[in-house]
Ligand binder design. Structure first.
Ligand SMILES: [Zn+2]
Length: 349
């Protein structure tokens, strides 16, 4: 890789985490547990270079902010469900009495990160929030998600900070159907997702590429079960990096789920933390080229405590490098097949 010797960057590293994110409790045997955040906290604690990081503290998102993406009906539904907790919003989306407030803090926390980045104070941020968000859409909370943190962040960057091109890249093992549907008709947000298929929620086919003015600004890369690093790594170094360069986003938001890790009990991909380390590097390098490095990773899934720890460490380590390190792996036949099938109109790789 050529070093981009002439680029100068301002703004530092930020991370967001808060003990109040432990208060959303979907039940003792639910995989989206508060323990996930404790595992991440442990990984943050052992970061060698902690003094380089600025901690970001969350606030609650306002109803007006939630309505950038969500209907008043959904907001009321989540609030009411929390009031009569324990209850369910769909068969796998349980809420406890603190869930509504926690979800407001998750969404508001990510908006704080956007403010930090758009004001120039921060350049690379990672937000360890829960509950996750990428399955929630305009009027539904589902798939462990209450409000769509990343979609809200994208809409907020456009509305509040006047951005015109926001890229959302979803590395979670599940397709972010909520995020996709929020921006399906608009070119203001490029949504790119790699995910296992078939798997919940069943969307994210190659053929889903956007509609009307948004045609071509949704890109899906469904991956077969047991896909490993030799597909995932070149997908990011070769294809997704090239797409991002052509779109030239003003910020990159990453739906950072680590449930494609080989240890994950829900996902069926065979990725290692090295693949996540490399994908994160590809995205940061794309941000360096397009938007002075502005990037925000937002936690989505990931249900193996060990994998969460390893991926947190890997991503934070990479964030500390001006030019994060991509792996160069020989592409396998699954990669070649995906590259051939992802015909999207105007993107070239
Ligand atoms: Zn997931």
């Amino acid at each position: 890789m050529t070093r981009q010797a002439h680029t100068t960057f301002s703004g530092g590293l930020g991370y967001l985490i808060d003990d109040r994110y432990l208060l959303h409790n979907p039940g003792a045997r639910h995989p989206e547990s508060p323990q996930r955040l404790l595992a991440i906290k442990e990984a943050i604690k052992i970061r060698r270079d902690a003094q380089r990081w600025r901690r970001i503290y969350p606030r609650k998102a306002t109803h007006e902010e939630l309505q950038l993406v969500h209907s008043p009906f959904l907001i009321e539904r989540v609030e009411k469900a929390s009031r009569r907790a324990p209850s369910y919003l769909d068969y796998d989306t349980a809420v406890s009495s603190e869930s509504f407030e926690t979800a407001l803090l998750a969404a508001g926390g990510v908006l704080e990160c956007i403010d930090g980045i758009c004001s120039g104070d921060l350049r690379r941020v990672v937000a360890f929030v829960r509950p996750p968000g990428h399955h929630a859409d305009h009027r539904s909370a589902r798939g462990f998600c209450l409000f769509n943190n990343v979609a809200l962040a994208a809409a907020y960057a456009i509305r509040k900070h006047g951005l015109e091109r926001v890229a959302v890249v979803d590395i979670d093992v599940h397709h972010g159907n909520g995020t996709q549907s929020c921006f399906y008709n608009t070119p203001d947000v490029l949504y790119v997702s790699s995910h296992q298929s078939p798997l919940y929620p069943g969307t994210g086919d190659f053929s889903e590429t956007g509609m009307d003015g948004g045609k071509g600004f949704t890109l899906n890369f469904p991956l077969p079960e047991a896909t490993g690093d030799s597909t995932f790594v070149p997908l990011y170094t070769k294809i997704i990096a090239a797409v991002l360069d052509q779109y030239a986003p003003q910020i990159i938001l990453v739906s950072a789920g680590f449930d494609g890790h080989v240890r994950d009990p829900l996902g069926g991909l065979d990725l290692t933390e090295r693949a996540y380390r490399s994908a994160a590097a590809s995205l940061m390098r794309a941000a360096n080229r397009s938007c002075e490095g502005r990037i925000c990773f937002v936690l989505e899934g990931g249900y193996s405590m060990q994998a969460l720890k390893e991926c947190t460490e890997a991503i934070m380590e990479q964030m500390e490098l001006e030019y994060p390190e991509e792996l160069q792996l020989r592409e396998d036949s699954v990669f070649r097949e995906i590259s051939r099938r992802a015909t999207t109109g105007f993107w070239k790789w």
